[in-house]
Design a protein around this ligand. Structure first.
Ligand SMILES: [Zn+2]
Length: 238
C-alpha cells in the first residue's frame, strides 16, 4: 500500500509539473507588443513620407514662382515697358507673386517643422521597438531555460515512477490506475483519525481491523478509494 501511496504522490507531483509546463508563457504577450509597436512605427513613417513628398513638391513650385518673379522683375527694370498702365499692371503682378511666395514659404516651413517632430517620433518609436525586442529575446532565453528544467524534472520523475510501478503487483497497479481515472486523480486515501481523509467518512471498526491485518487492498465504503494507514506502516530502514 505504501508503494501505491508513493506512486500517487509522484503522479500528483508530475501532474503539477506538466501543468506548469503547459502554462509556461512562450512570450506571446511581448510578441503582440512588438507587433503593436511596429504598426505605430509604420504609421508614423508613412505620415512622414507623405509629408516629405508634399514638401518636395512645394519646394519645386517655389522655385518656379521665383523664376516667374525674376522674369517679371527683369521685364520691369528693362525699360521696355513705358506705358504707365502696363507698368502698373506689371507691378501689381509682381506684388501678387510675392504675396503668394511668402504664403507658400510659411507653409513649407510649417511642413519642415512637422517633419522634424515626426522624425523625433520615429526615433523614439524605434528606440522603444529595440527595447521591447531585447526584452523579448531575454524572455525567450529565460523561457527556454525554464522549459528545459521542467522537462528534465518531468523526465526524472517519470523514470522514478516507472521504477516504482515495476515493483508493484500488476493487479494492484491496474486497480490504482482505474480508480485514479475515475476519482479525479486520487485513488489512495490516507486514514486519519480513523476516517478516510478524502471523503471524511469515519471508518467502521470492522474496516479498521481489516486494515490492521492488511492482506488485500481495502477500500473506503463511501468513496471507494484505496485506504492507506500510514501509522500502521513501520518506517523503512534505509
Ligand atoms: Zn472515502
Amino acid at each position: 500500500m505504501r508503494s501505491l501511496y508513493e506512486l500517487q504522490q509522484l503522479d500528483l507531483y508530475l501532474e503539477v509539473l506538466r501543468q506548469t509546463l503547459n502554462k509556461l508563457d512562450p512570450g506571446d504577450h511581448i510578441k503582440a507588443e512588438i507587433q503593436r509597436q511596429r504598426a505605430v512605427l509604420e504609421q508614423i513613417k508613412s505620415e512622414y513620407d507623405a509629408l516629405h513628398a508634399e514638401a518636395v513638391d512645394q519646394e519645386l513650385q517655389l522655385r518656379m514662382i521665383d523664376e516667374k518673379l525674376h522674369e517679371a522683375e527683369q521685364e520691369l527694370y528693362s525699360g521696355r515697358i513705358t506705358n504707365p498702365k502696363e507698368l502698373a499692371a506689371l507691378q501689381k503682378d509682381i506684388l501678387l507673386i510675392k504675396q503668394r511666395r511668402s504664403e507658400m514659404d510659411v507653409r513649407v516651413l510649417e511642413m519642415w517643422e512637422k517633419m522634424e517632430t515626426l522624425r523625433q517620433r520615429i526615433n523614439e518609436s524605434e528606440l522603444r521597438m529595440n527595447e521591447i525586442e531585447q526584452r523579448y529575446e531575454a524572455y525567450q532565453v529565460e523561457y527556454h531555460q525554464r522549459k528545459a528544467a521542467l522537462e528534465t524534472e518531468i523526465q526524472f520523475h517519470e523514470q522514478q515512477r516507472e521504477e516504482l510501478a515495476r515493483q508493484i503487483d500488476p493487479e494492484a497497479l491496474q486497480r490504482y490506475e482505474l480508480l485514479r481515472q475515475r476519482l479525479g486523480g486520487i485513488a489512495v486515501a490516507l486514514v486519519v483519525n480513523k476516517a478516510c481523509d478524502c471523503c471524511h467518512t469515519v471508518l467502521t471498526p470492522y474496516l479498521l481491523k481489516q486494515l490492521e491485518h492488511e492482506t488485500e487492498l481495502i477500500t473506503c465504503e463511501n468513496c471507494a478509494r484505496l485506504l492507506y494507514w500510514k501509522e500502521l506502516d513501520p518506517p523503512r530502514n534505509e
